[in-house]
Structure formats: C-alpha cells, structure tokens
Write a protein that binds this ligand. Sequence first.
Ligand code: NAP
Length: 265
Amino acid sequence: MNLTSRTILITGASRGIGAAAARAFARYPVCLGLLARSQERLVALAEELNQNPNVEALPLVADVSVREEVEQAVAQLETHFGAVDILVNNAGVGMRSPVGAIDMAKAHLLFEINFWGAIHVIEAVLPGMEAQRDGLIINISSIIGRRAMPNAGIYCASKFALNAISEAMRLELRGKNIRVVTFYPGVTDTDMTKHELTGDATHESRGKVRRTPVEVTARAIVRAAQREPRDAYATLFDRVFVLSATLFPALMDRMLARFYRARDE
Ligand code: NAP
C-alpha cells in the first residue's frame, strides 16, 4: 500500500516493536493512532512524532483485552483521522512455564491479550475498512508461532491461534479488498522478557541467541505494509528457521534439544 496520507493504528505502541514501528512509519506523511495502556509513554511518543510537520500522532489509551476500551479508542481515532487504512496488530505479552506447571489464570490472561485482544482490534477496525473497501491488517505473530519452544507452549499457542485467524480472514476478506499479512518477528531486542506474565527473565539472557535490533524489525514491518506479502519476516535467519521447521520438524526437534541442553549446562 502507498503510505501517503494513510491512517495507521499500531497497538502495543508504548515501547518495543510497536514504538519502533511508529517511528519507522513516521518517515512518511501519515496519521498514526498509538494504542497501549501506558498513557505517559504514549503521550511522550506522540509529542515526539508530532514534531514532524508531515505526521499526526494520537495517543489512544486502551487495554486490548477489554473490548469496550478498544471500540472507544478506534472510534476516537476514526473521529480524528477517518477509517483505519493499516492496522499493525502488535500488542502482546510473553509467559514462560512448562506444561504441567501452568498458572491457569495467567495463561487465560495471556490469551485475552495476545489472541482475543487482537480479535477485538480487528473487529473494531473492520467496519471502517469495509465501508471504504480498502484496508490492510498486519498481525504480529512470532517465528515461535510456527515452531513451538519448550517452556513457551502457552505463548506459542496464542500465536499459532492468531496465525489461524489470519489465514481464515485472508480468504474471507478477499472480495472486500482487505488484505492480511502475518509478520513473524524473531528474537528482537526489546524489554519483552521483563514484562512476561510468569517466568524468570534471567533465564533467557543465558542463551546465546542473537537479537535483531528493534529498528530492523520495525523497518521490515513498514516494508510489509508497502509490499503486502502473505507472510513477512524481519531477517533471512527468521525466514530460514520457519522454512526448516516446516520442512524438517524432527530434525528441528533434535537441533533444539541439543541447543537447550548446551544452554542449560
Ligand atoms: P514489549 O516491548 O513488551 O511491548 C509490548 C507492547 O504491548 C507494549 O507497548 C505494551 O504496552 C503493549 N501491551 C501489552 N499488553 C497490553 C494490553 N493488555 N493492552 C494494550 N497494550 C498492551 O514487547 P515487544 O517485544 O515489542 O513485542 C511486540 C509484539 O511482538 C508482541 O506481540 C510479541 O509477542 C511479538 N514478538 C516479539 C518478539 C521479541 O523477541 N521481542 C519476538 C516475536 C514476536 P502497555 O504495557 O503500555 O500496555
């Protein structure tokens, strides 16, 4: 999609990938809705982006897990800028625990945010997109939404579920000129582990995993908005990882088992 004068809604825009995506979209003359729960961060980011005379940014305080809050935020955005042209459905949280020791309340909360939250936002923006017969939805999944990892089963399941919705919607909305991109970030350099619902954040830092700079992921999201591929990745490594996991699942089991054994020793 040509980005000029588009209205773009980014959820989870208060930090991490969402905030970086907002800055990357702000290189173009666009109207930005910045949605998350942390008002102060959103207001500061909107002020920063509004320094650019070609950009209009609006902070939208809402919890994606609360449908009414999402509907109010989208209504506010539409009043300001008109219907959403591009939705970057990015808000999400992590959680770590092996099956057998799952904190059920937190697992349900994770699904309320990562899965149902994403659907709340899609349902809120769809009427506007349908009315203008144009729109692009970019669902932010994860490479581990294609190949699950030990101790991350619930988080991975929420992203597998989101992928299913992307696939179904892509065909449902084809006749309405609304396109759906699934974007699969790999390990990206954000503070996500600090905000996990459960788990020991220091655990991850022991791994020798290369982290993609958040600006690289953000630029790849902007490219995905412009080119509209079915599936999009931030790096070649992420693409090859998903392809290998799809083609050679048993081999991937063996490689991952070796990786985790070496990491935990
Ligand atoms: P992050 O730095 O923790 O940022 C998460 C964002 O989501 C924040 O802006 C947070 O804002 C927002 N958020 C969380 N719960 C929310 C809620 N209930 N309602 C509204 N907003 C909410 O994480 P990130 O690394 O940028 O991750 C962004 C997305 O990329 C997530 O969907 C994540 O699953 C996915 N991803 C990340 C990685 C990675 O390595 N970082 C890899 C693959 C996929 P508030 O707290 O202010 O609400």
